[in-house]
Write a protein that binds this ligand. Sequence first.
Ligand code: IPM
Ligand code: MG
Length: 358
Amino acid sequence: MKNHQIVLLPGDGIGQEITTVASKVLDRVSKKFNFRLEIKEHLIGGSAIQETGDPLPKETLSACKESDAVLLAAIGSPEFDNLPREKRPESGLLKLRSGMHLFANIRPVKVFPALLEASTLKPEIIEDVDLVVVRELTGGVYFGKPKGRIKSEDSERAFNTMTYSAEEIKRISQVAFEIAKERRKKVCSVDKANVLDVSQLWRDKVEEISVIYKDINLSHQYVDNAAMQLIRNPKQFDVLLTGNLFGDILSDEAAMLTGSIGMLPSASLGKEGTPGLFEPVHGSAPDIAGLNMANPIAMALSAAMMLRIGLKEHAGAEAIENSINTVLDKGFRTADLMSKGCTELGCREMGERIIEEI
Ligand code: IPM
Ligand code: MG
C-alpha cells in the first residue's frame, strides 16, 4: 500500500472547521482507493503567533519541506492587525511559500453547472467558463526590495519594489505554457507594459518562451483591461499568466464567476519533485468562524488537487470532485451559495454529504 506523508495546517478562523471536513474526506478516499495518509498537524498564522509568537514556527517549515504534500486551510485574524508586518499571520504564509520555493500558483476556475444561479453574473456569461490563473508566487512586489517606511520631520513615505528577473518570468511562463498544452492551447499574459518597466521585461520574456511553444496561441492584456474582460467575456480565457499582485487581484475576481470564493482550490508548486502546497483561495473568514457556516468545498477541492498533482492518486481526486458535483446537483448548498429551492447545510453537514457520495 502506498504511504504519503501529509502536513495539515488548519491555521485560523474557519480553518479548523474546513480542515475537519477535509480530514474526513481524505480518510474516506484513502480507504476506498487503498492508500495510506500519515497526517501531521502543525501551526501557522494567528494560532502559531498565539502559541509561539511566530506566524511560521521553524518546526512547521521543516515539517512541510520534509513532507510529500502540504494542505493548508486559511490564515488571518483581525486581532493581530496591529502587530508589525513581520509578526502578522500573512507573513507566515508568505514565508512558507518562499521557504518552500513555491513559485507557481495554479488557480483553476471552473463553473459548476448547478451553481449558474449563484453567481452575480448572468448565467449565459459564465456558463462553461473553464480557465486557470497561473500566478507567480515568490517574486514581484510582494517580495521586492528595497521596501520600507520612512519618516522625516514634515512627512512620511512608504515604498515597495515591483521587480522580476528574466529567469523568474521565464520559469513561470513555462509552467503556463505547459498547462495550456494539455488544455485549449491559449495563454493570455497579463501585465501593465504601457506604464511599468517591470511589465515590459515580463512581456519580452513571455514572448521569448512562446517561441518554444509554437502550437500555443499567446496574447497579452493590460491588467486593467483583463479585469474588465474577466466579467465581460470570461469564456475567452484558457490560461491567464500573471505576476504575483495582478494574480492575487484577478483570482479573487475570477472566483466570483463560480458563484462564491468558497469554491476555489489552488496548488502552489516549486521544482519537480519538491512538495507542493494546496490551499483554498479564500481567507479565514473570521466573521463566520465557529458558526458552522463555512463552505468546505474549496478545501475539499484543494485536497483533491493535492491527491492528483502532489500524490498522483488520480482516482481519489476524481472521486472527491464527482461527489461534490453530485451533492450540488442534488440541491445542497452552504449559506454563501444559497438560491431558491435549494437546501441549506452547515459546514459539517456539507462535509457529511460529500463523504456519503464518495
Ligand atoms: C491569497 C491571499 C494571500 C496573498 C494573503 C493572505 C497573503 O490573498 O492567497 O490570494 O495575498 O497571496
Ligand atoms: Mg488573494
